[in-house]
Design a protein around this ligand. Structure first.
Ligand code: FES
Length: 156
């Protein structure tokens, strides 16, 4: 009876130690394999656009930046284009150049003081609001900041 109890104890102790070793080895391996799949970088990051001196009071300036977005194992490069304007050289507004109707690129038309979308002849006012045409909402705007003479926008 005492041998059987000792044998059971040893079998259980070995099983517990084997389980602990498997957990110590397996958990990091599983974390390594599935960890990147939950990694979503990019959202909420500040994106440098360019120097503040390149934007003077007056017409909006089209500025571009390349953004790297990481989603799981994949890293994707995207170009972001925004119209940046200022009235005082300190505070900046940034509007997307993508039309909110069907995604065509808008361009600034100085004569009309507005953004024109060539796809369905929409016009957006200087502040991005819809002046005429089918777009359902204003141009998307970005939060901006000025740091060490560089304009940044916050990724949505
Ligand atoms: S895509 Fe701009 S108005 Fe239709």
């Amino acid at each position: 009876m005492a041998d059987v109890t000792r044998r059971r104890f040893l079998v259980r102790a070995i099983a517990v130690m084997a389980g602990a070793i498997a957990a110590m080895v397996g958990a990091p391996a599983i974390g390594y394999l599935i960890g990147p799949s939950s990694d979503r970088s990019g959202s909420g990051d500040w994106i440098p656009l360019g120097t503040a001196t390149s934007v003077q009071p007056g017409d909006p300036v089209l500025m571009k930046a390349t953004v790297e977005r990481k989603s799981g194992w994949l890293t994707d490069s995207q170009e972001v284009s925004v119209f940046v304007s200022t009235e005082n050289g300190q505070n900046f507004t940034a509007l997307s150049n993508v039309c909110t109707h069907l995604g065509c690129r808008v361009r600034w038309v100085p004569d009309q003081s507005g953004f024109f979308c060539p796809c369905h002849n929409a016009v957006f006012a200087r502040d991005g609001s819809v002046a005429t045409g089918p777009p359902p909402r204003p141009l998307d705007s970005f939060e901006t900041k000025l740091e060490d003479g560089t304009i940044f926008i916050k990724e949505a």
